[in-house]
Design a protein around this ligand. Sequence first.
Ligand code: AMP
Length: 112
Amino acid sequence: MSDCLFCKIAAGEIPSSKVYEDELCCAFYDIAPQAPTHFLVIPKVHIGSVFEVGPENSGTVAHIFEVIAKLAKEQGLESYRVVSNIGEQAGQSVFHLHFHVLSGRDLTWPPG
Ligand code: AMP
């Protein structure tokens, strides 16, 4: 999508601190980290949010979770949280599917 921030990051048109990239997804550090470790994993193809996940793209989402597990192991994360905000009331501010990976501090539950 031409005016999507994360499409531009995925395409390398906007700089980011990339931690991982393959043909389906990429991961980069959040610009406003909410924990000592905070990176985002996104599909390269534009998917607005979990609302738009279906049979045509769920394989990419499954792949993203494999990547999350791999990166967490590589970074030695022993405990972490994976979050996807869906819709404005839930806190979504960028409307391209992304999974936050947060670690390195006590994370409260339930979330605020
Ligand atoms: P959400 O609010 O769940 O949609 O998450 C969007 C996240 O993207 C926020 O945590 C922002 O800090 C992060 N973000 C926005 N712009 C950038 C950027 N240029 N590079 C990295 N992270 C970003």
